[in-house]
Design a protein around this ligand. Sequence first.
Ligand SMILES: Cc1cc2nc3c(=O)[nH]c(=O)nc-3n(C[C@H](O)[C@H](O)[C@H](O)COP(=O)(O)OP(=O)(O)OC[C@H]3O[C@@H](n4cnc5c(N)ncnc54)[C@H](O)[C@@H]3O)c2cc1C
Length: 402
Amino acid sequence: MKIGIIGGGASGMAAAIWAARSGNEVLLFERQSRVGRKLLATGNGRCNLSNTNLDFSNYHGEDPDFAKFALDSFPVSKTLRWFDSLGLYTVTERSGRVYPYSDQANSVVDVLRFALQQENVQILTDFEVTKARKTADGFLVESRDSQILCDKLIIACGGLAGTKLGGTMSGYQLLHSFGHHATKLRPALVQIKSSWQGCASLKGVRANCHAAIYHNGELYSESTGELQFTQYGLSGPVIFEISRDVCQGAGEWVCKLDFIPDYSADNLEYILECRRKKALPVEDFLTGILHNRLGRVLTQAAQIRGNRPASELTDAEIRDLCGIIKGFEVPLTETLGMDSAQVTAGGILTSEFDPETMESRLVSGLYACGEVLDIDGDCGGYNLQWAWSSGALAGTNAGGCV
Ligand SMILES: Cc1cc2nc3c(=O)[nH]c(=O)nc-3n(C[C@H](O)[C@H](O)[C@H](O)COP(=O)(O)OP(=O)(O)OC[C@H]3O[C@@H](n4cnc5c(N)ncnc54)[C@H](O)[C@@H]3O)c2cc1C
């Protein structure tokens, strides 16, 4: 049997390796000049390929339960054994995040490329599929200058997020042409812009904090982890985790940051009162506790100014400063959009696919996997795990090797 797979990203490569295992002829079409280009940029170049603390609640979409079968049949443990069998050594951090031991995303792409070669998958790069349709003989896949006929077809084109790295509407358009429908596409795991001018002066500063987003005064989402200030707003894993659908509705959006989440307000107040005895100028009062630049911005925000020693700080000033450190408010305006988003929220309706095979309920012999479907995961390796699991399931079923 001849199986065509459109998209040489994470899910497409997994699907190709599994589809080829039972002796099928497998063709992998990739529009870019090499496979796995987006993978190289994942995890800041380290590729956070999975997470051992995976829970189904880490997944979202109109029907997140759709992802259960794939994640159960090709779970994290099996994925890690699979990568081990491909020659990839991995390391699991305390947070459960899994990375290649080499700390280089390149290693992940390399072992997948070697496996594709070993399984005799034909890789057609610079091959952008512009059209695909079902004929009496199978699926006719077309690029600008060629046509190839396949018995079965897997669409693994990814989502729209990360446009510069290959994110495209292509997968949605191809599936629309087969009669499939999509939910609204939104950027997720994305930086958020702020109208607060202070962000620029803190650009590059990282802090471990508790971040809580409020919409019209009501708690919308919250998490604890690393925050990074950017020229225009807020970024970092903690922001990615709570950025889903932020600023989509009208009204006031605010992020409240607690820069010392490990201590209660009372404890922090006591610590700062004791610190008053140190011979520090007020502008450096928080130096040694927080990043210098952040400490200065927070003392200024608490209206603590002037060329005076910290010993002159009043109890009221300490209390105000404590309030600012534990509840610094940053107004939010919009997210940075699809270009810089790590994943697309929304996608092709999962109700139109069989969760146990990834086969279309509308067109037999047509499969889809990965981000093009309406499933997205939290920050921490969950999106790539979805790509491996759904890709393996689609590949095994299309290949008839279940
Ligand atoms: C900057 C960044 C960092 C990320 N970091 C992480 C991380 O650390 N951990 C994590 O779990 N997730 C991460 N993600 C998300 C993760 O990379 C994606 O969810 C995952 O790659 C989706 O896999 P996929 O196979 O569905 O799509 P992709 O990996 O995007 O692959 C789709 C492929 O299809 C090709 N293609 C599209 N249309 C066509 C066509 N018409 N013809 C031929 N080829 C086509 C594309 O060029 C692309 O190579 C990150 C994303 C970004 C953008």
